[in-house]
Write a protein that binds this ligand. Structure first.
Ligand code: AMP
Ligand code: ZN
Length: 115
C-alpha cells in the first residue's frame, strides 16, 4: 500500500470505487472514464508498479489476474461478442496509474488500432 497510489487507496477503502469483484488478493472496479459500455480494471491488491515489475515468482498472480478478467467478461455477457484485455506498461506504453492493472473493455465494436 502506498498512500500516493489511487488504486491502493481504492483497495484500502479510502477512495471511492465501483467495485464489481473482490477476493483476498484482487479487486475489479469500473474505470472512471470508460472507453466502452463495459470498462473494468482488474488489479492485484498488493502494490505492483507495472507489468515490468512482475517477477518469476508472481506468475500465478499474473495468471489469476487474467482469469478474473475472463470470468468478469463472461459475467458481463461479453464472451460471445468479444472484448479486449489491455495492460499499458510504462510511459511509452501509455500507463498513467502506476499500479498494475488489466483493462477489460467491451460492449461495442472496438477499433483495430492498438496505438
Ligand atoms: P492506464 O493508462 O493504463 O494507466 O489506465 C489508467 C486508467 O485508470 C484510466 O483508464 C483511468 O480512467 C482510470 N482511473 C484513474 N483513476 C481512477 C479512479 N479513481 N477510479 C477508477 N478508474 C480510474
Ligand atoms: Zn498501488
Amino acid at each position: 500500500m502506498t498512500d500516493e497510489c489511487i488504486f491502493c487507496r481504492i483497495v484500502a477503502g479510502e477512495a471511492p470505487g465501483d467495485i464489481v469483484y473482490q477476493d483476498e488478493r484482487f479487486l475489479a472496479f469500473s474505470d472512471i472514464s470508460p472507453q466502452a459500455p463495459t470498462h473494468l480494471l482488474v488489479i492485484p491488491k498488493i502494490h505492483i508498479t507495472s507489468f515490468a515489475e512482475l517477477t518469476e515468482g508472481q506468475q500465478e498472480l499474473a495468471g489469476r489476474l487474467m482469469m478474473i478478467a475472463k470470468n468478469l467478461a463472461e459475467k458481463c455477457g461479453l464472451a460471445k461478442s468479444g472484448y479486449r484485455l489491455v495492460i499499458n506498461c510504462g510511459s511509452e506504453g501509455g500507463q498513467v496509474v502506476p499500479h498494475l492493472h488489466l483493462h477489460l473493455i467491451g460492449g461495442r465494436k472496438l477499433g483495430g488500432k492498438l496505438g
